[in-house]
Design a protein around this ligand. Structure first.
Ligand code: FES
Length: 100
């Protein structure tokens, strides 16, 4: 028996990130594009490739401990505590999120 969550098969602790000013908890072991999907910013019938080739998942983020906004593919970065998503590309759903 082990007390190490990684060795026991447990999910790692959630980290807090911010998406367009809204705080949310995210699994650090899944790419940001899945967090955006879970949060309702991506339609299930979308054209996203999920593997780094389509560029539909382009986001602007501020990495933890940084002030610089950088453009990235959401399917290629992992959430870390303090990550801020400040802009989403045109393929993301925005209207439903703004209404809630
Ligand atoms: S989902 Fe296609 S490049 Fe990220």
């Amino acid at each position: 028996m082990t007390n190490d969550p990684a060795r026991a098969g447990a999910a790692p602790p959630l980290v807090e990130i911010t998406i367009l000013g809204r705080a949310c908890l995210a699994r650090p072991d899944m790419t940001l594009v899945w967090v955006l999907y879970d949060q309702g910013y991506i339609e299930s019938s979308s054209r996203f490739c999920w593997n780094g080739t389509c560029l539909y998942c382009t986001v602007h983020v501020v990495m933890p401990n940084s002030r610089k906004v950088v453009r990235a593919k959401a399917c290629e970065i992992f959430p870390a505590a303090g990550l801020r998503v400040v802009k989403l590309g045109g393929e993301f759903l925005l209207a439903p999120r703004l209404a809630s």
